[in-house]
Design a binder for this molecule. Sequence first.
Ligand SMILES: [Fe+2]
Length: 136
Amino acid sequence: MRLHEYYFGNIIKGGKAIDKNTNFYTKIVDDFESYENWEKDFRAVGSMRGIGWVVLYYDGKADQLFNAWINEHDVGHLSGAIPMLVMDVFEHAFMIDYGLKRADYIEAFFKAIDWTIDPDTDKWIFKWMRMKKEAG
Ligand SMILES: [Fe+2]
């Protein structure tokens, strides 16, 4: 249930572009070398065979963003990692509107992402980034 709340919470009609002045955007670029690389990887994970979820996680302990495939709500979540963006890739999420064209669904999802970044979350990511830099 929680993943559905995140999923519907991170999409909005018409979408909202990511603010390139946020720490979160900088973190994506740092960890994936570019925003485009992150997007390519996220789409590739979502195109894998099977049904499940794609989650952009932030692992605070490792100070690392990564995309992961999750099969079920209650199985396979990575301890301590926080979901930052969630895409439902169960058939019920796209079959009615897109049939077997999962790529079209993923395209529509990307156009609907609400990249509104909570200022507290953005500050918190900055705190981790600064701590990591200070630690050398
Ligand atoms: Fe679902």
